[in-house]
Design a binder for this molecule. Sequence first.
Ligand code: IMP
Length: 175
Amino acid sequence: MDIKLEELKILFDEKQIREKIKELSAKLNKLYKGEEVIAICALKGAVIFASDLIRELNMPLRIEFIRLSSYGSSTKSSGKVNAVDIKLPDLNEKNVLIIEDIVDTGLTAKFLVDFIHMNFHVKSLKFCSLLDKKVTRKVEIEPDFYGFDIDDKFVVGYGLDYDEHYRNLPYIAYK
Ligand code: IMP
């Protein structure tokens, strides 16, 4: 599939995304009640969402970045998660919040959750994704928090790419 800018249709515009982030951050602020959180942003896709989300969070917060990949230059998951860079500080006894752009097959989310549980004894672990493609799930995993449930569309924008393009669009769109 090739995706051209002029073919894109907006699925969620800037205002809808902003409002959804307010809703999600209100839930997270209520959950953590001022306790320190270590946010883990899964690069590259979640970088825009994480930057907007954490600015609405009111607890002491540290942010870490990791990089996983499963798509390459295709619009279908390769089915294998590649840990490009997963260096993390000591997360023992910490409240850990994973921030993702989208849960699709669920393989990336499951890999990350299992990785953290295998390596650390965390105080709490929550998974927050902007988008949830429930229909394409291959493994049993649900984000604790998500913004929008979408059907089986390949989406771009607001951090999400097609072959590294369109991450900079301020909205989320599909072909
Ligand atoms: P999963 O492992 O199949 O759940 O896929 C997770 C990763 O695949 C996400 O973090 C995205 O980087 C990428 N991905 C899944 N669906 C889409 C999409 O519709 N557009 C762009 N990237 C996607």
